[in-house]
Ligand binder design. Structure first.
Ligand SMILES: [Zn+2]
Length: 79
């Protein structure tokens, strides 16, 4: 049985499929509980610019998650 789920990218709202055989289409950021498409993940691999994705900052703040920007003022992906 092959299960494929469709997610909306949290950053760009694009839909992508995620499941067996299609792991390369996006990432699930478990600590934040959001799905991010491969394009957004790849283009922001070294950090997310808060002013580009203010809704992400709001979302994390709303969940009481710490927002620690790196030396460039970008938000690093959680590890
Ligand atoms: Zn995206």
């Amino acid at each position: 049985m092959t299960e494929t789920l469709t997610y909306d990218c949290f950053l760009c709202s694009r839909q992508f499929k995620f499941g067996h055989g299609s792991y390369e289409t996006g990432n699930f950021i478990r600590p934040w509980e959001i799905a991010v498409c491969r394009i957004c993940y790849a283009s922001n691999w070294d950090g997310i610019v808060p002013s580009t994705y203010p809704h992400l900052i709001k979302y994390l703040e709303g969940r009481g998650m710490p927002i620690k920007l790196n030396s460039k003022g970008w938000l690093p992906w959680p590890t």
